[in-house]
Design a protein around this ligand. Structure first.
Ligand SMILES: Cc1cc2nc3c(=O)[nH]c(=O)nc-3n(C[C@H](O)[C@H](O)[C@H](O)COP(=O)(O)O)c2cc1C
Length: 305
């Protein structure tokens, strides 16, 4: 029995611990989401879902690079109407279920979010940050007015917490966080992948079928920590850190920067689902060693003068 308290509360959602499954990693069916929750995640986020079904891009869509992954999957999904069945069948999940949504207009974001909540989502996370699909994600997520319009449209339609997932592909991420906050966002998730590419020197061709993709994994952790730190200085909202987290030290670093929870994506591909329990055990031992009683006590400590 551990002496420290890992329980975390984000925008009214109660989590047994501060770890979450990141969007797009395993979150495509109810069975897999349940398995991730059973493995110890404090909350789960689904793959991003839109109003209509989408096929995504041809292969190759995901490749491993020196210190991470490069992906351009193209937001394949069955559409929210079909996905509502998966959401409904998770009504016994013991941790919050966050449905990630995207759209090609504020109305599409809002309608998709409304249906996700109607089916039982505990919260929605707006994907304003996918770096490789035209007309959605980061393309509109870099535009302050578009961020405001989308967040407002969604807030008008749903009565559950709205998380806004930001892109690092912008010159000043705190402005995006402020825009989301001013429109009523309940929490900020930072960050999505960093726009990137790889070229095959034998064939002289870009490797991903889409040419450009998003870089994730260890390579982006310092960028993500910087983003969380900067956002913490300007908005008074819970921040969920994401990007390159592989172990408890990474999770603690994000929390010291100002995150009250962390999402884990790429590392699951390398280490499997036991990573959630391992990170939680590591955070517990760290807190005990440092004399803290609750994980909430370390959030933002790197900002203290
Ligand atoms: C294969 C793959 C698919 C992803 N799909 C989504 C998605 O559908 N929606 C989204 O918001 N983020 C998506 N992401 C981004 C992750 O949720 C996360 O923000 C990013 O990978 C950084 O975290 P990590 O370094 O722990 O992987 C995807 C990432 C990968 C690697």
């Amino acid at each position: 029995m551990t002496a420290v308290d890992l329980r975390t509360r984000i925008a009214g959602l109660n989590m047994p611990n501060p770890t979450m499954l990141a969007s797009g990693i395993l979150g495509t069916t109810a069975d897999i989401l349940r398995e991730v929750a059973n493995a110890g995640a404090g909350a789960v986020v689904t793959k991003s879902v839109g109003l209509k079904p989408r096929e995504g891009y041809p292969n190759p869509t995901v490749i491993q690079v020196e210190c991470g992954f490069l992906n351009a999957v193209g937001l394949p999904n069955p559409g929210i109407h079909k996905f509502m069945e998966e959401i409904r069948s998770l009504n016994d999940l013991r941790v919050p279920l966050i449905v990630s949504v995207f759209g090609f207009s504020p109305e599409e974001y809002a309608e998709t979010a409304r249906l996700a909540v109607e089916a039982g989502a505990s919260a929605v996370e707006l994907n304003l940050s996918c770096p490789h699909v035209k007309g959605t994600g980061a393309e509109i997520g870099q535009d302050l007015e578009a961020v405001r319009l989308i967040v407002r449209a969604v807030k008008d339609q749903v009565d559950r917490p709205v998380f806004v997932k930001l892109t690092p592909n912008t010159s000043h991420i705190p402005d995006l966080a402020e825009a989301a906050a001013s429109a009523g966002a309940d929490a900020i998730t930072a960050i999505n992948t960093v726009r990137a590419m790889a070229i095959d020197v034998e064939t002289f061709r870009p490797i991903l079928a889409n040419k450009f993709g998003g870089l994730s994994g260890a390579a982006i952790k310092p960028i993500a920590v910087r983003c969380v730190y900067e956002i913490y200085e300007v908005v008074n909202l819970p921040i969920i850190g994401c990007g390159g987290i592989r172990g408890w030290r990474d999770a603690v670093e994000f929390m010291l920067a100002g995150a009250c929870a962390v999402q884990i994506g790429s590392a699951i591909a390398l280490e499997g689902l036991s990573i959630f329990k391992r990170i939680c055990d590591g955070i517990s031992s760290f807190l005990e060693r440092k004399g803290f009683r609750s994980v909430n006590e370390i959030v933002g400590l790197a900002h203290k003068k």
